[in-house]
Design a protein around this ligand. Structure first.
Ligand code: UGA
Length: 478
């Protein structure tokens, strides 16, 4: 490629200030760009303007205040202002699952591109970051050229985002890779200029056309979902054979070709991305006539959903076969720790299923109680771990927050009505719990009765099959 001609730093707008957009806007300002964050939600914009992040994301509030203090970051709901300000416009609006189908809902994407394109009258770059079905970018490019007073001078590119909730700042400032789908050298040069601070750190950049950039995102999420469902499928086999999926995962993870990340068995995946992305991908592949190629994603989805009902089975078994009137402490509501996001959260789904079977469920999540209450007002919520487990017949760990991992089983024992624990995330030390008289159940692990009487002085008994010299902590595979 020709050396990039010198170009001044472009002014950046970021449309949509959810997890993705707010993080992107804030980090771009921290990296030295002048940034305007845009959203149709006035409340969100007012909060951000006041230095408040409207959702829980570790480290982001500090970065927001840092960015505002530089004077380089502002927010608005005014699209005229956005169109006049930006040289490069990033579109980061949501693409949730459509109400009555597996397809992605694209109305927010269309609205954002339409609002911008109809107002922009000079050469500029529109960059989609939202996760969209393959072919969307090419269609939007045609629409934008027709709509904009600038015509074909308003170019379109795609730059998929791989940030994880809970690590949004780290993933944005130090990504594994950057992918840009472009239609011209000019667009590529603009994006190289925007990402110069990250490229200077040695971040690999993959330059593609539009379709590959769209596909990278859904392929990556599909792969991750498949990996999780693979180990959870093995958990089902373990349950039928008496094998232990924790040890299996540990053994598999030591093969460097397989690796241990996203091989953690348990309650499975949820959130606003993986579940809806695999469904939308399958739907789009069918439209394109290649549905067979990704039919396995239906199985990935089914395996994942079965983990939720199987969790209810184990909790029911712990309760003695019937959940009616049983007090269950549901620890966790967020779809994963370090997040307050309850979209398609396995934890909250299990709490709901328990409630539907007549259990008296008390939910406690360190950050997600408010969102969970909004989604399921019928469940009871406690303001603390102790409040949730008080008099519980069964404790169910559903999201592996550190607070739950570190809880002292002896202290919990003093609060509960019965020492029965379901570990939905393989987050606890089974031997420690069983050694203290707890009945412990986990997906894909053989049932071991409480060993309180057989325990050694330190409260531990050797775990069958444990690797010599390995602590239970080592066996985790996140
Ligand atoms: C996911 C991807 O990891 C990001 O790369 C992507 O940018 C993002 O979706 C997106 O499309 O926006 P996120 O939804 O934040 O990120 O969550 P993950 O960390 O991927 O976790 C997803 C779910 O899988 C969680 O419910 C988690 O508990 C579960 N999980 C993860 C497992 O059950 N086992 C594992 O081994 C790992």
């Amino acid at each position: 490629m020709e050396p990039i001609p010198y170009s001044p730093a472009p002014k950046i707008t970021v449309i949509g200030t959810g997890y993705l957009g707010a993080t992107h806007a804030i980090c771009m300002a921290v990296l030295g760009f002048d940034v305007l964050g845009v959203d149709v939600d006035e409340r969100k914009i007012a909060q951000l303007d006041a230095g408040e992040v409207p959702f829980f994301e570790p480290g982001l509030s500090e970065k927001l205040r840092e960015a505002i203090a530089t004077g380089r970051l502002r927010f608005t709901t005014d699209f005229d202002q956005a169109a006049a300000f930006g040289d490069v416009h990033f579109v980061c609006v949501g693409t949730p699952q459509a109400a009555n189908s597996a397809a992605a809902e694209l109305k927010y994407v269309h609205a954002a591109f339409t609002s911008l394109a109809s107002r922009i009258d000079r050469k500029a770059l529109l960059v989609g970051k939202s996760t969209v079905p393959i072919g969307t970018a090419a269609r939007l490019a045609r629409m934008v050229h027709e709509l904009s007073p600038a015509g074909v001078d308003l170019e379109l590119a795609w730059n998929p985002e791989f940030l994880r909730e809970g690590y949004a700042v780290e993933d944005t400032l130090h990504p594994d890779r950057l992918v840009v789908g472009v239609a011209s050298e000019w667009a590529e040069a603009r994006l190289r200029r925007v990402f110069e601070p990250l490229l200077a750190q040695g971040t690999p950049l993959i330059v593609t056309e539009l379709a590959t950039a769209e596909l990278v995102k859904v392929a990556a999420n599909s792969f991750l979902a498949t990996k999780i469902s693979f180990i959870n499928a093995m958990a089902e086999v373990c349950e039928a054979t008496g094998a232990d999926v924790s040890l299996l995962a540990r053994a598999l993870s030591l093969d460097s070709r397989i690796g241990g990340r996203f091989l953690k068995p348990g309650l499975g995946f949820g959130g606003g991305c993986l579940p809806k992305d695999i469904r939308a991908f399958k739907h789009r592949a069918e439209e394109l006539g290649v549905g067979q190629a990704v039919r396995f994603l239906s199985e990935v989805d089914s395996i994942n959903n079965r983990r939720r009902t199987r969790s209810v089975d184990l909790i029911r078994e712990l309760a003695g076969g019937d959940l009616a009137g049983v007090k269950v402490a549901a620890l966790g509501a967020a779809f994963k720790p370090n997040s307050d996001d309850v979209r398609d959260a396995p934890a909250l789904d299990v709490a709901r299923l328990l409630y539907l079977e007549g259990a008296a469920v008390t939910v406690y999540d360190p950050e997600a109680n408010r969102n969970a209450h909004r989604a399921y007002p019928d469940l009871d919520y406690a303001g603390s771990l102790a409040g949730a487990v008080q008099d519980a017949d069964v404790v169910a760990l559903l999201t592996e927050w550190d607070e739950f991992r570190r809880a002292e089983p002896q202290q919990l024992a003093a609060l509960v009505a019965h020492r029965r624990i379901f570990d939905g995330r393989h987050a606890l030390d089974q031997d420690l719990y069983t050694g203290l008289g707890w009945e412990y159940r986990a997906l894909g692990r053989p049932y071991q009765p409480s060993t309180a009487r057989a325990a050694t002085q330190d409260g531990r008994v050797p775990r069958p099959g444990a690797v010599v010299g390995e602590t239970p902590q080592d066996a985790r595979t996140t």
